[in-house]
Design a protein around this ligand. Structure first.
Ligand SMILES: [Zn+2]
Length: 476
């Protein structure tokens, strides 16, 4: 798996509500699939990232597109004042500026080339490789995490776009075994919910091979560091005052984790938090249960990760009472037990045996069966729900806090087992890099439901990442 794109657009995630808002912002139906990668105060889309080609297969010139009407208006004023010509003149006369601009085009081309190889030759900010064509494109590129000298120049002149923008925004990055995720939040008044300014996920497979070698692979490490750097630039562009980076499971076991810590120190300006299994459990519980009705407790939260699975129990939302982490995760178990594609019956027997052992280990530490409400977090459960719903593209608004029945989970598992890695990867709601490990994750989910007699589970899009950000904001 070599996918290192920088946005969730590759797996087609799009909220129906955003589609409607963006159509209104643009004054027309968007002609190309997109994902929202940055939002303004209040939560409306600020920057969208377009798919590389339109429905007819023609390359689309601009990757990042500014959609907030107020932001567009402010930038248009700079263009009307003649700044494109003046900045182009500056790039002719100022060598440093010219080199920085060239680097921004180069980076944008490389970024696009991950989805569309031919774009390496002609791609760049605003669909050009030379000079400055559109200040909106540069500003959007900057907000998306691009290292863009012109985008920064625009930001200094147009921000804050909304006078109502609130201070003390925070960013959290959760570096897991399989994926790297970003969340940027703006605090709200009193008990109101914080506003989500950015949420993103990229599969980097940092934990690949760690189980076997005890080290990060150099390629996986480089890929991950590039994603973290881009996330940190986006977080800063969105005025996050602090960036918290936490790493779980695989990082705890990696001998060369100092390389990751150095990169985080440089990019985020904070120390990498290598969190323990127990901290991981507490943060997952906070992220998953905050806001649920206390009368539905006790709650069990199961977080199926790439390297480990957390079982957390508490009578009230956000307050952990029992927690354990078992070294059983979708990537780890796939590497250990799956030898054939599609998995052979003996692979599945081995997988189930490992999962059952892990569940008994969890049951010995946490009274798993005592919960009234079983909450499932992370990509395995949300993807299974999206498949059960038959969604044509991933929409977290359709899955968050909906029930997945045991019968649905079993049906989807049966379906996934019968497919090859390529066929699973081709399911429209499947995130890149998840197709070959989801069988192991699904077996964990189904076996937990069978073992403790849960007839349904509440699927949650909020998890440890939200827990990290809520804690940084100081909300409970
Ligand atoms: Zn706006």
């Amino acid at each position: 798996m070599t996918n290192t794109g920088t946005s969730g657009v590759e797996h087609g995630e799009l909220r129906a509500a955003d589609l409607a808002t963006v159509a209104e912002q643009l004054g027309r139906e968007p002609t190309i699939p997109f994902t929202v990668i940055a939002r303004c105060t209040g939560g409306h889309p600020l920057v969208i990232r377009n798919a590389p080609v339109d429905a007819g297969g023609a390359p689309f010139p601009t990757t990042h597109w500014l959609t907030c009407p107020d932001a567009v208006k402010h930038v248009s004023r700079l263009e009307a004042a003649g700044w494109i010509a003046r900045l182009n003149e500056r790039s002719e006369n100022d060598e440093t500026f010219r080199a920085e601009l060239a680097a921004a085009h180069e980076e944008a081309a490389e970024d696009r080339a991950r989805e569309l190889l031919e774009a390496r030759a002609w791609g760049g900010v605003g669909g050009t490789r030379r000079g400055i064509k559109c200040l909106h494109a540069h500003y959007a590129n900057h907000l998306g995490g691009g290292d863009d000298v012109v985008g920064r120049w625009v930001a200094e002149r147009v921000e804050p776009v909304h006078a109502t923008q609130r201070a003390h925004r925070v960013a959290a990055i959760d570096q897991g075994t399989n994926s790297c995720r970003l969340l940027v939040l703006e605090p709200a008044d009193g008990g109101a919910e914080p506003t989500e300014l950015a949420r993103d996920m990229i599969i980097t497979r940092l934990g690949r091979g760690v189980d076997r070698t005890g080290r990060f692979e150099p390629e996986a490490l480089a890929r991950t560091i590039a994603v973290i750097e881009r996330y940190c630039r986006r977080a800063r562009a969105l005025s996050a005052e602090s960036i918290r980076v936490a790493a779980t499971s695989a990082t705890r076991d990696a001998a060369n984790r100092e390389q990751l810590a150095d990169a985080v120190r440089r990019a985020a300006g904070s120390e990498l938090e290598v969190i323990t299994g127990e901290q991981e459990a507490t943060l997952s519980f906070l992220g998953a249960t905050r806001g649920l009705d206390a009368r539905d407790g006790p709650f069990l939260v199961v977080d199926i990760g790439g390297g480990s699975t957390e079982f957390v129990l508490g009578r009230e939302p956000a307050v952990t009472e029992h927690a354990t982490s078992v070294q059983m995760g979708s990537v780890r178990l796939t590497e250990r037990t799956i030898r054939s594609d599609p998995p052979a019956p003996e692979d599945l027997d081995g997988l189930r045996a490992e999962v059952r052992r892990g569940i008994e280990q969890a049951a010995a530490a946490v009274p798993v069966g005592e919960a009234t409400t079983f909450v499932s977090v992370a990509g395995t459960a949300t993807t299974i729900k999206a498949i059960a719903l038959g969604l044509g593209r991933y929409d977290p608004d359709r899955t968050h806090r909906t029930w997945l029945t045991a019968a649905e989970a079993e049906r989807v598992l049966d379906q996934l087992i019968g497919l090859t890695n390529d066929e699973r990867a081709a399911i429209p709601v499947m995130a890149p890099g998840r197709g070959d490990v989801i069988v192991a994750g699904a077996v964990i989910l189904v076996e937990v439901m069978r073992r403790f007699g849960y007839e349904r589970t509440l699927v949650s899009e909020t998890d440890i990442l939200d827990g990290l950000a809520f804690e940084a904001l100081g909300v409970r």
